[in-house]
Design a protein around this ligand. Structure first.
Ligand code: ZN
Length: 256
């Protein structure tokens, strides 16, 4: 069904000659424009013309990839399904509106017709022509619009049927997109959680290292304090020979 709707979109945007591109562009993966040209049996320029015209309405998207050997860029394309469906819906709504206003016009105004020429005129025009045909001189008759109105009403019914189908496809497509988004969000959440845990591990490691360093620094400080005390004792003459030896030993060690 979707395929038929997409065909209708391409038909109204480009024309019948381009309808063959629908099967190629209705793909989850982007398709190389040279592949499209080859499969359609047309030149790359003709292919691009079609793609650009569809792209003018935002109904396709593309990515470009650089050819490592040749150094130029190649474009890859695919349909934007939801946008195509929205486009079709809008198109149908517009047509419906036009048909409705035509029905209203036919119901409210009188139309005149020359039976022999089959030409139809509105009231103002008919008055100007004095209700007589310019071509054959026959006097106009009032047109019976009932069959036309019936046909128009039928066509509204058909548009409504199609709109229902389009809306169903839109709902399907949105569901698909939401599922995809859900999966992506869960993946993101998982990655976030992973990063959080890694950060926590890193922080703990840093904390431990810091504690170790602090402990070392503390030990060093108490050693320094001991030296200081001994030095003080020495300067006051209360230091023993043994202590003096120890001081010089510690001092030389410190210098190193
Ligand atoms: Zn006539």
């Amino acid at each position: 069904m979707l395929n038929k709707l997409l065909e209708e979109v391409v038909l109204s945007v480009v024309g019948k000659s381009a309808v063959g591109i629908v099967d190629l562009l209705d793909t989850p993966k982007y398709i190389n424009e040279f592949v499209i040209a080859k499969k359609l049996g047309i030149t790359i320029n003709q292919t691009r013309n079609i793609l650009y015209r569809i792209s003018d309405f935002g109904l396709v998207s593309s990515v470009r990839k650089k050819d490592k050997k040749k150094g130029w860029y190649t474009y890859y394309w695919r349909f934007e399904i939801l946008k195509c469906l929205d486009f079709l819906k809008e198109h149908l709504d517009k047509t419906k509106k036009e048909v409705r206003s035509e029905i209203a016009l036919r119901n409210s105004k009188t139309f005149y017709v020359c039976e022999s020429c089959g030409l139809e005129y509105g009231e103002d025009q008919a008055i100007l022509m004095d209700f007589t045909c310019d071509e054959c001189g026959q006097v106009f008759t009032i047109k019976d619009n009932s069959k036309l109105i019936k046909d128009l009403e039928k066509s509204i019914g058909k548009i409504d049927e199609k709109l229902e189908v389009v809306n169903a496809e839109i709902a399907k497509e949105q569901l698909k997109l939401n599922k995809k988004k859900d999966i992506e969000m869960k993946k993101e959440e998982k990655e976030k959680q992973k990063k959080k845990e890694e950060d926590k591990k890193k922080r703990n490691k840093l904390k431990k290292e810091k504690e170790k360093l602090e402990l070392k620094a503390k030990k060093g400080k108490s050693k320094n304090l001991k030296i200081k005390r001994v030095v003080q004792k020495k300067s006051s003459g209360k230091v023993s020979k043994k202590s003096a030896k120890k001081i010089s030993k510690v001092k030389s060690k410190k210098r190193k």
